[in-house]
Ligand binder design. Structure first.
Ligand code: NAD
Length: 292
């Protein structure tokens, strides 16, 4: 069996997978690969799969499968797997980092000091304690965020039309969440329903000065609408790890809007998560090798 590691995984993974066959990161060997491991960079399109006549298994190390044409894979008899549980803690910690850093004025405090300013009077902070966090989506990552937010003394509510109950948050209708939340954190997949769900109309129903955190998917936001709301102060700040495209184009309106705090899609990029993803990948290949 030839296993092609096409994107960045834990450095120790090739040695661990060697017991299943030959392991390579030479992408020119795609035509001979039985198994391909991808993260986000490699796009498993029709053309990609057509260039891999022996391919039987695609494993995406991560939560979504946005970069795999699953219908075409199914039609070709290629099994597609991901590692949905591995990344929850890594992404939840980044969402919490935005949530703690923005009201703490951490980034402005640092930048003003770097620029030789002493902005003690200007940088008034607010607290998380006693505030309401609204989670859009109440799945794995949102649950980890909820646990951590409660430790900060926040009240946690969530909107998730596909869940009857949550152990971590009180489920409420979307309009109630938008009206009550001081912080809104997005944790849904990108679907027809969630695409553009944060837009001028939904923003208008939010609290003045709401802080929005997005470690879900960039396309859940209508960028020009959010940029306008940041400029007029309706939205106090936007912390985002995710974008319309990776990287965002130079004319992305959020790059120049005020009070946007950004990271380059690193939610899943912790050392510990790469190790967890590796363990999941090993299990998938083990069971595949047993049945292949
Ligand atoms: P999950 O499947 O455990 O949870 C997603 C939840 O969203 C589910 O409970 C589902 O019912 C809910 N949902 C679906 N449609 C909805 C809608 N219209 N409104 C409200 N809720 C809806 O997934 P997860 O592991 O928690 O991951 C959530 C998302 O985080 C992923 O889909 C992905 O987009 C994103 N993610 C980002 C990174 C990153 O690097 N920033 C890494 C991993 C995952």
């Amino acid at each position: 069996m030839l296993i092609l590691i096409s994107d960045a995984f834990d450095k120790g993974l090739p040695a661990k997978l060697a017991r299943f066959g030959e392991v390579t990161d030479d992408t020119s060997r795609l035509p001979d690969a039985d198994v391909v491991l991808v993260r986000s960079k490699t796009k498993c399109t029709k053309e990609y799969m057509d260039g891999a006549p022996k391919l039987k298994l695609i494993i995406r190390g991560g939560v979504g499968l946005d970069n795999v044409d699953r219908e075409y894979a199914k039609a070709k008899g290629i099994v597609v797997k991901n590692t949905p549980a591995a990344s929850s803690i890594a992404v939840a910690e980044l969402a919490m980092a935005f949530m703690a850093a923005i009201p703490a004025r951490l980034i402005e405090g640092h930048m003003t000091m770097v620029n030789g300013q002493w902005a003690k009077k200007e940088l008034k902070r607010t607290e998380l304690f006693g505030k309401t966090l609204g989670l859009v989506g109440a799945g794995r990552i949102a649950s980890e965020v909820a646990k951590r937010a409660k430790a900060f003394g926040m009240t946690v509510i969530a909107y998730d039309p596909y869940l009857k109950e949550s152990d971590y948050a009180r489920l409420v209708p979307l309009d109630e969440l938008l009206a009550k939340a001081d912080f809104i954190s997005l944790h849904t997949p990108l679907t027809d329903e969630t695409k553009g769900m944060i837009n001028a109309a939904s923003i208008a129903t939010m609290k003045d000065g709401v802080i929005i955190i997005n470690t879900g998917r960039g396309k859940c936001i209508v960028e020009p609408d959010l940029a306008a709301a940041l400029r007029d102060g309706k939205v106090r700040a936007y912390g985002t790890d995710v974008w319309f495209s990776d990287p965002p184009p130079a004319d992305c309106p959020l790059l120049t809007a005020p009070n946007v705090f950004m990271t380059p899609h690193i939610g899943a990029e912790t050392k510990e998560n790469l190790l967890r993803i590796g363990v999941e990948v090993e299990k998938i290949i083990e069971s595949f090798a047993g049945t292949a």
